[in-house]
Design a protein around this ligand. Structure first.
Ligand SMILES: [Ca+2]
Length: 120
């Protein structure tokens, strides 16, 4: 699927996905590159998004609605080492877009794991 011609992969709460494809990397507005994922959230949901990568510096951006719209959260290294964690209570109901990005440029991208969990 795509939003505004930007390729986006869908995921659901509880999903943990591995991606190693670099052709899905999209250039983001700040010049960095990332792969985009979308999930549906409800206002008030407490969610935890984790991105782990062994060969590059993981970086997460979360938007509401469409990519490059309203930024809800960003994180670089809150999980462990250079891995990223966003833990947040969602402010709106609707689609959220995640960028799983490389903090230090697309030449450093590679395999990574991303998970989205709904906390009780
Ligand atoms: Ca990082």
């Amino acid at each position: 699927m795509s939003i505004d011609d930007v390729p986006v992969r869908s995921m659901q709460y509880g999903a943990s996905e591995f991606s190693s494809s670099q052709q899905n990397m999209t250039e983001l507005l700040d010049g960095s590159f990332g792969e985009l994922w979308v999930f549906d959230g409800q206002a008030g949901d407490r969610v935890e998004i984790i991105m782990r990568a062994t060969s590059f510096d993981a970086y997460l951006i979360l938007w509401f609605g469409t990519p490059f719209g309203e930024v809800i959260a960003v994180d670089d290294d809150s999980y462990a080492g250079t891995d990223a964690l966003i833990a947040i209570q969602l402010p709106y109901t609707g689609p959220y877009v995640i960028a799983a990005a490389a903090a230090n440029g697309p030449e450093h991208s590679g395999g990574y794991r991303i998970s989205v969990k709904l906390l009780e």
